[in-house]
Ligand binder design. Structure first.
Ligand SMILES: C[S@@+](CC[C@H](N)C(=O)[O-])C[C@H]1O[C@@H](n2cnc3c(N)ncnc32)[C@H](O)[C@@H]1O
Length: 425
């Protein structure tokens, strides 16, 4: 009978229970039943079909609002450094730039966009930031703008002193930033957004596609495509730059940003110089340091910059590097490809490394590649191999924790997270 309720959740919000773990969905259902006098799960299923309010209560219980300010900060950096450029904002244009954050959860992502633009002095009146989420509970919290420590997980927290007022055990976002975001409820998969077609110059859709099966991912990607202006930029999450996105979009190949533009063959309204513009854009930004000079979250390996500028084929042949340096360079290259969403290339290099070395980083990267292409079982086994070789491989620990949690192994997930924390993430 759980199955029927799980199917209903899939129909209504696209949630594929396997992505979060059957056990965690079933425990959310049990929580919703507590204190109510439903005869059995059959009865509850009927109530969900009849009552919008009950269905909303269940949706609130199953969604995962996990988010924080400046989460994976590179996309905000790319946006801030490009907002005044000819790409997004033609100099002669007086129009407002429109940005969408979907899903926005409790508001950290759209507020980060507002802070990043404020920081560079971008005029308020030239930008409109809209933010959509299915969860009314999260939206209410977003509108209040009061946050606890859990929302501040980035290494550099200097923005907190500038944009927040300290309360007893929380922080209130200043109203000039709060006022810049318009929140509304919406369901990316099931709502009709046709009145907003071609509206947004920039869309952030991060950490939602991972909860959908492949068919719903395709549907969501199509909706995002329609919402975006012909030359607009789409940012997805690091595990979401997969084949479903690549079908309609083309990666800008900016390390750590997972930024995409519409593909030429599907994009009738693109200008003649589209390819040249993309090439210039990618070139300019590939030279750009990320916010605060930090490396992207995937960039564990140091000192790869000289190697990065070499063509891919350089890494496919045995060369004069000694073994250690060779492994290091190849893994760096694989990381770069994975960061840019070029999964096939990243996978090929990792395989090449693993034929010759027992590299924890290569196993970890293979895991990331498998994860992004929905090969979950293989991803898990790669993360386990990385940890076997390097027990405090923090990124592999964190990824593996997410995987085992989805399968309902809550205790193992907790223990892996503790190990990751001790290892310094
Ligand atoms: C993990 S959060 C991601 C928040 C933010 N984008 C980030 O990356 O930090 C996922 C959010 O997706 C929302 N959500 C789930 N299904 C949705 C749907 N079909 N349409 C819109 N939002 C949805 C949930 O309510 C939750 O707040």
């Amino acid at each position: 009978m759980y199955k029927k309720i799980e199917t209903l959740l899939k129909e209504k919000i696209g949630l594929d229970v396997n992505t979060v773990g059957v056990a965690s969905v079933q425990s959310a259902i049990k929580r919703c039943l507590e204190g109510y006098s439903y005869k059995d799960l059959d009865h509850y299923h009927q109530v969900l079909l009849d009552s919008e309010a009950e269905l909303r209560r269940l949706v609130e219980a199953v969604v995962i609002p996990e988010t924080w300010f400046f989460r994976d900060d590179v996309p905000f950096d790319v946006l801030a450094s490009n907002i005044n450029s000819n790409w997004l904002m033609p100099e002669d244009s007086a129009r407002t730039l429109r940005i969408l954050s979907i899903p926005c959860s409790t508001g950290e992502e759209p507020y980060t966009i507002a802070m990043a633009l404020d920081k560079i002095g971008f005029p308020v009146e030239r930008v409109q930031i809209d933010a959509i989420d299915i969860s009314q509970h999260s939206l209410d919290k977003a509108k209040r703008g009061v946050y606890r420590d859990n929302s501040f997980r980035s290494t550099d927290l200097s923005f907190r002193d500038v944009y927040f007022t300290k309360l007893a055990d929380s922080y209130r976002l200043k109203s000039r930033i709060r006022k810049r975001v318009n929140f509304r409820q919406g369901n990316l998969l099931r709502d009709d957004f046709s009145e907003m077609k071609d509206s947004y110059d920039v869309i952030f859709c991060r950490n939602l596609l991972i909860y959908f099966d492949s068919k719903d991912q395709q549907l969501a990607v199509r909706k995002l495509y329609d919402l975006l202006t012909p030359e607009g930029v789409l940012f997805v999450g690091h595990a979401e730059a997969n084949n479903n996105v690549n079908q309609l979009f083309r990666s800008l190949r900016l390390r750590g940003s997972f930024a995409f533009v519409k593909k030429r063959e599907f994009n009738a309204s693109e200008p003649d110089n589209y390819d040249t513009k993309i090439a210039e854009f990618s070139k300019k930004h590939s030279a750009m340091p990320s916010i605060g000079g930090k490396k992207s979250s995937l960039s564990l390996v140091q000192g790869a910059s000289a190697a990065d500028s070499k063509p891919f084929s350089t890494y496919m042949v045995r060369n004069k590097f000694d073994d250690e340096l060779d492994e290091h360079v190849l893994v760096s290259k694989a990381r770069q490809f994975a960061d840019e969403g070029c999964l096939d290339e990243a996978e090929k290099i990792c395989q090449q490394v693993l034929e010759r070395f027992s590299s924890a980083d290569a196993f970890y990267l293979m895991g990331v590649v498998y994860e992004a292409s929905n090969r979950s079982g293989m991803a898990e086994s790669m993360f386990r191999k990385a940890i076997y070789l390097v027990p405090d491989h923090t990124e592999a620990l964190v990824h593996l924790a997410l995987h085992v949690e989805r399968h309902g192994s809550v205790d193992e997930a907790l223990s892996l997270r503790r190990r990751a924390e001790r290892a310094g993430l």
